[in-house]
Design a protein around this ligand. Structure first.
Ligand SMILES: [Zn+2]
Length: 460
């Protein structure tokens, strides 16, 4: 296949933007990237897709996704984090069946594909969501994913004990054993599209002994680890109560850090912490929309990037964002980081594009495979329809994508050489059936949870 006459935001080492270009896909890989006039005559036999000068760029990598939360989108708006979690989110999730877990993952992957995300990290898959059903849906969608299964032996959040919904509680032995079983069954499935990781929830969500065990097992098997870290000030208090200077030091002391680890949020790290991140090669998943919505704080993104930390982007979940549209969150990431420093130059459009592509790929251990448009890399890319009022005029494709575009501007998605969406029609999933099922199941979950979720304004 040849995608002809595209404007390519390559993300290659020179960060070139190539106009009037053709991208040749051979099997699962990008075979060639060059000017259309040179490339086309060399491949007279290949099917050509005319792209009309639209922008082609690497597929986005979302490094912090709760797939189970897509179906409870908007169930907990405008609440403090602990009420948000303890009175709504965990109560809903604690009433999920495996079929609900699968249906929510289908809704989530559908939304991600339709907004240009091609790879993601599911950060906290609970036992009750059913690993197999979720993995099957992801495989079917065509997406690339690391699925982190929950490992836990404490039913608490930070220092707050006893308010976790009983349906969310798992024990240490079973959660570790089932993660290893899922790893054996699914890691490498779909020609390497699926990875299986450990997902210890947050410091305070497991005993220190369990962290040591996870750290050792992950190293032994080359598995990734992802954990929420320093999301709220309570996380810092918890680490201090355990005798550590910070959550990062707790994680370091208990084998959780390294190049295969992604720390979600990191709103409250200090200079000593980001030095640890850099030295251990640990990645950070920055979640600007979620942090803003829950008023968790403004992460020191500029400072971590300047210190050489690999900072990627995440949407988080349906109740905290409330969408899985990473394009929208690129803009939020830049604006919030600049606001924090009171300086509009520190995290520019180019920086958030790097976070959403190259840095995400690195965080998922896929730096050599995806994240840029270069010959030899996997064919994971998206094409945005630029013929829109809100994208006009386009002086600079990088800033137009980062600051003006929405996920719904993505017209075409290719993952591993497979056309997953074309003309906004997803070819791998049944969109209508997925949306209908999610709508119905969301009501059923709320009913089982005994929650009535309704507008605060009178509905007549
Ligand atoms: Zn999260």
């Amino acid at each position: 296949m040849i995608f002809d006459n595209v404007t390519v935001i390559t993300m290659n080492p020179d960060r070139q933007i190539l106009t009037h270009t053709a991208v040749v896909v051979q099997g699962k890989k990008i075979a060639e990237v060059g000017k259309s006039k040179d490339v086309l005559p060399r491949h007279p036999e290949k099917p050509v897709i005319k792209c009309d000068g639209n922008v082609l760029m690497p597929g986005l990598v979302d490094t912090h996704v709760h797939t189970a939360q897509a179906m409870i989108r908007g169930c907990a708006d405008d609440l403090y984090l602990l009420d948000w979690l303890g009175k709504r989110v965990w109560v809903m999730q604690g009433n999920y069946t495996e079929e609900d877990g699968r249906a929510s993952a289908a809704l989530c992957t559908l939304e991600m594909v339709k907004s240009g995300t091609t790879a993601f990290l599911e950060c906290m898959l609970a036992e009750r969501y059913g690993f197999d059903g979720v993995a099957q849906v992801i495989l079917q969608s065509g997406m690339r994913a690391a699925i982190a299964k929950i490992v836990m032996d404490l039913p608490s959040y930070a220092e707050v004990e006893g308010f976790m919904h009983p349906g969310m509680v798992e024990d240490g032995k079973t959660s570790v054993e089932n993660t290893l079983a899922a790893h054996k069954k699914w890691n490498g499935a779909g020609d390497g599209r699926i990875q299986v990781w450990f997902g210890p929830r947050t410091p305070g969500g497991a005993t220190l002994a369990l962290y040591d065990q996870i750290g050792a097992l992950a190293k032994e098997r080359g598995m990734g680890i992802t954990i929420h870290l320093s999301e709220v000030r309570e996380d810092v208090d918890y680490a201090v109560s355990q005798g550590f200077r910070s959550p990062a030091e707790l994680a370091l002391a208990h084998q959780l850090l390294g190049p295969r680890t992604v720390l979600a949020h990191c709103v409250w790290p200090d200079e000593g912490d980001w030095k640890i991140f850099r030295e251990t090669g640990t990645s950070v998943a920055h979640n600007p929309a979620s942090n803003a919505k829950l008023s968790s704080g403004m992460a020191p993104v500029h400072r971590m990037l300047k210190a050489g930390v690999n900072v990627a982007l995440g949407c988080d979940g349906g109740p905290s964002n409330n969408t899985y549209d990473l394009i929208r969150d690129m803009r939020m990431a830049s604006y919030l980081a600049n606001l924090r420093e009171n300086d509009p130059t520190v995290v520019p459009a180019e920086a958030v594009l790097e976070m959403a592509t190259l840095n995400g790929a690195k965080a998922l251990g896929l730096a050599g495979e995806v994240g840029s448009i270069e010959a030899g890399k996997r064919a994971d890319f998206i094409i945005l329809d630029m013929d829109k009022p809100h994208l006009t005029p386009c002086w600079d494709p990088a800033s137009t994508v980062a600051y003006c575009a929405h996920g719904s501007d993505v017209d075409t998605v290719v993952i591993d050489g497979q056309v997953v969406m074309q003309g906004r029609k997803v070819l791998t999933l049944d969109e209508e059936a997925i949306v209908d099922e999610a709508r119905r199941r969301a009501q059923e979950v709320a009913a089982r949870a005994g929650l009535e979720i309704r507008p605060r304004w009178p509905v007549l």
